[in-house]
Write a protein that binds this ligand. Sequence first.
Ligand code: GLC
Length: 799
Amino acid sequence: MILNTELEYKGNLFPSKIINYEKNINVLSFTADNGVVMQITVRRDSILRFRYTTTGIFENDFSYAITKYASRGYNHLEVEEETDAYIITTSKLICKVAKVDMRISLYDAIDNTLICEDELGFHWEENYANGGNVVKMSKTAQAGECYYGLGDKPVDNNLKGKRFENWVTDSYAYGRDTDPIYKSIPFYTALHNKKSYGIFFDNSFRSYFDFCHERRNITSFWAHGGEMNYYFIYGPEMSEVVTNYTDLTGKPHEMPALWALGYHQCKWSYYPESKVKEITSKFRALEIPCDAIYLDIDYMEGFRCFTWSKEYFPDPKRMVKELADDGFKTIVIIDPGIKIDMDYSVFKEGLDNDYFCKRADGPYMKGKVWPGECYFPDFTNPEVRDWWSDLFQELIEDIGVKGVWNDMNEPAVMDVPGKSFPDDVRHNYDGNYCSHRKAHNVYGMQMARATYQGLKKFSYPKRPFVITRAAYSGTQRYTSSWTGDNIATWDHLNIANLQAQRMAMSGFSFVGSDIGGFAEQPNGELYARWIQLGIFHPFCRTHSSGDHGDQEPWAFGDTITNVVKKFIELRYQLLPYLYTAFWRHVSDGIPILKSLVLYDQEDTQTHYRNDEFIFGEKILVCPVNAPNQKGRRMYFPYGRWYNLWTDEIVTGGQEMWVDADLDSMPIFVSEGAIIPKYPIQQYVGEKTIEELTLDVYYKLGKEASQVFEDAGDGYDYIKGRYSLRDFKLTGKEDELIIQQFKTGKYITTYKTFKLNLHGLPFKIKKIEVDNVEIPIKNLISTSNTLVLDKEFTELHIMA
Ligand code: GLC
């Protein structure tokens, strides 16, 4: 029997003494006298990959997680042999391999601090039921070590003291501490002595992570099959660990279309067409911005994917066009289960071409989902992915649908024990044939990938939009995601906050929750507070199960409608700021949300914080997360922070009370920041942007800010048609200087800049734009607002 524990089972086996060492450029192989081989690949100065085999033969080296675009190369590599160890040195790391038992110790190459050390190191149990091994690793926890990451786990930020399982699972109405849920991201970041490293255990079998839970000072991870195969990623900055992990598993292949960052409205289900129109018209009538409307499963004919209900949606092309004319992008759900029905062309094609998953002895994998009994495409087969991607032609090219929502792709099956495929189901795994034990955690990822491939093909030259529920490491390359079927409770608002932060720290930023809760019904106050949080999540959508009443911005009375409208408007104003954060994410893997520990790992106060986070680079947010509050206490990290509503300044490094009645929430801007804003639009593209607002927050000293813009869709930005404004702010006692360096070939549509100068410590007497003094009448002195009607490179505002 395989126990879900690392040590209890007494059949653990260990490597023995090293008898052979070989080096092939950056691949180092160590053989023990009981046949165990350990391979260390130096990928970068700060990234080492460790692989072990107990048979002397490695598996075919294949991973869905690692991207071919990952950076490679190192500055320095040296291996020395000492009496009892081999010493591998790069410019960042020293790795000692003990000759007696292959145990590893890793040190910072600059100051020799011990970073991470094997306890038992690699060990294994034979897996009699399935063949192969249960592969295990244990490490000694260092004093004060903390742990973060691991995808969508609905728990506090710091994972210390807990054990987790990775097995993607449909988890309707999950709760705090439910484990596992929808995603499997076997990557964590650790922190001790102000230094941070990460471990990515790239093994898609059911796996476990234990952070000092089973044994007080031991961290371990293990999987029910496959190889012990992990990447050690050194910082020492946590932000470097996260960007390096993201580099390894991939950044999104393209920027999201700007509209995809707008507000999305969803429900299970809006139908028939008249209901959809009623909802979209109401958004426009109340002037609440919205860019996307979703069709859940009821738009189909008997839940058959790629069909439309003739009764509810008799003319989808016309409807989608009418919605588009009103600024709404239509997004439809597509699930993996294909209804068994010989008169249904998708089913017939799948059957004729042998694209459906089969059980070990040959029968098809049959299971019930919404349409009744279904077969399921094997998305781990590249030929099946190609076929699937072509199925989107009509939806996208002809009907004009703009995005696809992949659900139930854990895969979720209703009538089979375990609520997913049984272990014996066979998969292609891109030619590495295997059972569902190995393919389960990547199935949803490969479905989303195939969907992405289709959307990319047929949306071109526009950008694709996909959203998925299930994911494995690397899924962020193809799609956005949401956190699944949550509940309309205050604790779930907290959980959504934790999950969005944790996903961002796990390389997957484009994530949001079902705002207001999927199951059950929020009251107006909870809905409003959740919208306030949700507008600061990279993906922003209200969704609900639909059987408990309405969940649109106007469903809770005028007071709430006004609060919701105000915050969705704020999201639309901040679009250029959010888009810039996405650009940094897509080009450099920088997470869009930063938990405080990621923002300032040196401040131990941040190590256990959960609520506050940094949105983009400069905005500090803290949701009000309990009923009847008129404000809350929150922690301010290092720096000085302007209250967005009052301009009051708070000095970081302390916890403080912040007023925030229902129509407000604690939002702070870091001093020296320049925050770009667009005018409020009802949807992206409604207006030609004729003015860029820059909210400038005075600081004594220097600060840099950026604004990235482009056409908001399409691929021209890759060819250099983008506009990047690099701002340098210099604040003196009697002067504020703003320098601007503009790069890129895109010409922004606006001619006017409106600068709101916050916190200036002097009265303005003189203004110079590019060395020319301009009349002071350009200044609205009551608000310190300066309007400039042309581009500028250097601005001096003087006392
Ligand atoms: C699942 C999804 C949910 C969707 C429902 C019906 O529960 O998580 O978002 O509305 O199925 O398709």
